[in-house]
Each structure stands twice: as C-alpha cells, then as structure tokens.
Ligand binder design. Structure first.
Ligand SMILES: Cc1cc2nc3c(=O)[nH]c(=O)nc-3n(C[C@H](O)[C@H](O)[C@H](O)COP(=O)(O)OP(=O)(O)OC[C@H]3O[C@@H](n4cnc5c(N)ncnc54)[C@H](O)[C@@H]3O)c2cc1C
Length: 303
C-alpha cells in the first residue's frame, strides 16, 4: 500500500497528525533521511494504543522514534509507519520521595530544568543531551560517567501487541547504549526517575558546569547525531579516530568533526550514503592501525 493510501486510512482512526511521504530529514538532528511512507504523532496514550491496534490489524510495520537525535535514516526512507514520540506524552510532574514522573516525549533539557527548579539531583550529567526521555532511557544515554538507567525507578511501556506493562530498573536490563526497550522491543510511554533532594541552586550550578563542558567540546553548530561510535571498553572512540589522523576527513557533505573526532557532522547536503561510507572508512582505518573494531552508536533506520 502506498504512503498516501495508508495515511488516509489512518487519519480516520487516530486523532494526532498523520503525514504521507514525510521527509525524515525534517525529524532528525542530522537533517538527513528519505521519506517515511507515513509519519504519525499520537496525541496521547489512548491515541497511541488505538494506532498500535490498527497497525497490528493491518499488519503494517512501524518504527518508534523520539526526537531523532541519535538516528541516521537511509536515503531510500522508511517503509511503513513512523510513530514520533517527541513533544507528545510530554508531561513532567513530581511524585513522592524524590520521584520525577515524565512522559516519554518530554524533552530531556526540559526535564533537567524542571529537576533543577525542584532541587532534585541526579540528572545533572544529562543536561544538554538533546532528545526525549523515551530515547534517553531506551538508549541508556550516558555522559561524564553518568547513565540514564541509574536514575530510573520504574518505567511504563506498551508491547508491540498493545499490552501495557511496568518495569523496574533491574528489569530494564541496561547495557552500553541499550536496554530491553530496544532489544524486545517495547514502546516506552512514561518514566519515574528516583532523584535526591538537594539545594536548587547547587543542582543548577552543576548542570551549568556540564553544559559548558559540552558546549566547548562538541560541534554544536553543525547537524549531527551525537557520537557516531560506541566507546570501546576503557577508551573513548574519539581518541582512536583522532590518533588515526581522521579528523576533518570528508565523504561528500559528511565530515569527521575537527573538534570532536567521534562526531560526524553534516556540513551541508550530506546524504545517508555519505555518512555510512565515512563510518566504514573510519572503522577500516582504526582497525588497520589499532586492531579495534568500532561499533556504530547511531541507530540506522530504513532502506
Ligand atoms: C549534539 C548531540 C549531543 C549528544 N550527546 C549525547 C550524550 O552526551 N550522550 C548520549 O548518550 N547521547 C548523546 N546524543 C545522542 C542522543 O541525543 C541521545 O541518545 C538521545 O537520548 C536520543 O533521544 P531521541 O529522543 O532523539 O531518540 P531517537 O534518536 O529518536 O531514537 C533513538 C532510539 O531510541 C528508540 N526510542 C526513542 N523513543 C522511544 C520510545 N518512546 N520507546 C521506545 N523506543 C524509543 C528509537 O527507536 C531509536 O532506536 C547526542 C546527540 C546530539 C545531536
């Protein structure tokens, strides 16, 4: 079924906006990616559950994205339906005893600001990581020695056949840039963070420190998807890439950042093929010099 026909069928069944043949370059921080047959932004959990039911009845494939800040979408685009959970399911509220309850679509910078205002400590390391709470917890986002999963109390999720479940931190099975949300896979809808009460100003100051470190060490002026490769045990991937002399290497519009060797940036007009070729080249050169095989951290979708 083509994108327009599928979109017309879904428009009757869900309340959130439905887009046909939607360029994914509009929904990724890389500004790269061909069209999704259909992209839907469900309005709330009820809408999301209705959508999952319809898609399962139609046997239409679907993919979940947050704010698209860790994604490389192929130039051929994505067949089936992309369900976007950013700026929807975005509530943030205080629970008992240091619990901060966040919808999966809440943006992490807003969550960090909210925690600081309430003097809730724990997420300081994450201030400045773009994207949604859902993406950050699903990927177990990490920075400056902190990991998202460390601060999770409980999450609520939906299985691909529409069941609502609850998982505590242990059952989330966090690993390096992964959790059970990705491996099963599940749709994350809400997260309770367990944070410690502290002085709001102290929390804000620590967030500002991390934010400044990030601003000086990362190429935030050009589109990217954050770190291209996972860090091999005990060593930053960027160190190997830098030591291999690869900073500034380009394929088409994609470049290994001169500021942070583990960032690939879109200098303008980069295609997914440019980025994939550059990543392969980096892997080959690093392997030939150091016998270390770098593993992609960006999630590649579509094709
Ligand atoms: C400038 C820059 C700096 C960055 N710095 C860091 C950093 O310091 N540390 C770090 O870890 N990352 C970093 N990133 C990468 C990225 O921001 C994080 O991984 C972020 O948490 C991804 O969130 P997202 O909502 O954009 O997820 P997306 O990129 O949309 O999705 C990522 C993965 O999570 C899945 N997913 C998203 N939402 C859900 C959901 N609700 N339910 C189920 N699965 C879901 C998707 O299917 C996909 O597999 C950076 C990126 C950029 C552009």
């Amino acid at each position: 079924m083509d994108g327009m026909t599928l979109a017309l069928q879904l428009k009757d069944k869900v309340r959130g906006p439905v887009y046909a043949d939607e360029p994914m370059s509009r929904h990724t921080s890389f500004r790269i990616g061909g069209p999704a047959d259909v992209l839907v932004v469900p309005q709330d959990i009820k809408d999301l559950l209705a959508l999952i039911k319809v898609l399962s009845d139609m046997q239409a494939p679907f993919h979940i994205i947050g704010a698209g800040t860790n994604l490389l979408v192929k130039d051929e685009g994505i067949r089936g339906v992309v369900i976007k959970i950013a700026n929807t399911l975005s509530h943030i509220s205080r629970g008992d005893d240091g619990i901060l309850r966040c919808g999966a679509g809440a943006l992490l910078p807003s969550v960090c600001k909210n925690a600081a205002l309430r003097g809730l400590s724990g997420l300081e390391f994450a201030s400045g990581i773009p994207g949604t709470v859902g993406g950050a917890v699903a990927m177990n986002a990490a920075a400056f020695g902190g990991f998202m999963a460390e601060f999770v109390d409980t999450v609520r999720a939906i299985t691909y056949d529409g069941r609502q479940i609850s998982l505590d931190r242990e059952n989330l099975e966090p690993g390096t840039k992964t959790t059970r949300i990705l491996t099963e896979p599940l749709i994350l809808v809400e997260v309770d963070f367990a944070l410690k009460q502290d002085d709001p100003e102290r929390v804000r100051n620590r967030m500002e420190e991390y934010f400044q470190k990030r601003a000086h060490g990362q190429p935030l002026n050009l589109p990217s998807a954050g770190c291209a490769f996972k860090n091999p045990t005990g060593e930053g991937a960027g160190r190997f890439i830098d030591a291999a002399g690869l900073k500034g290497t380009c394929v088409g519009g994609a470049e290994v950042s001169r500021l942070h060797a583990n960032f690939i940036v879109n200098k303008g007009g980069a295609t997914a093929e440019d980025v994939i070729s550059l990543m392969k080249h980096v892997q080959e050169v690093v392997y030939s010099k150091f016998q270390v095989m770098l593993e992609p951290e960006v999630r590649i979708l579509g094709g």
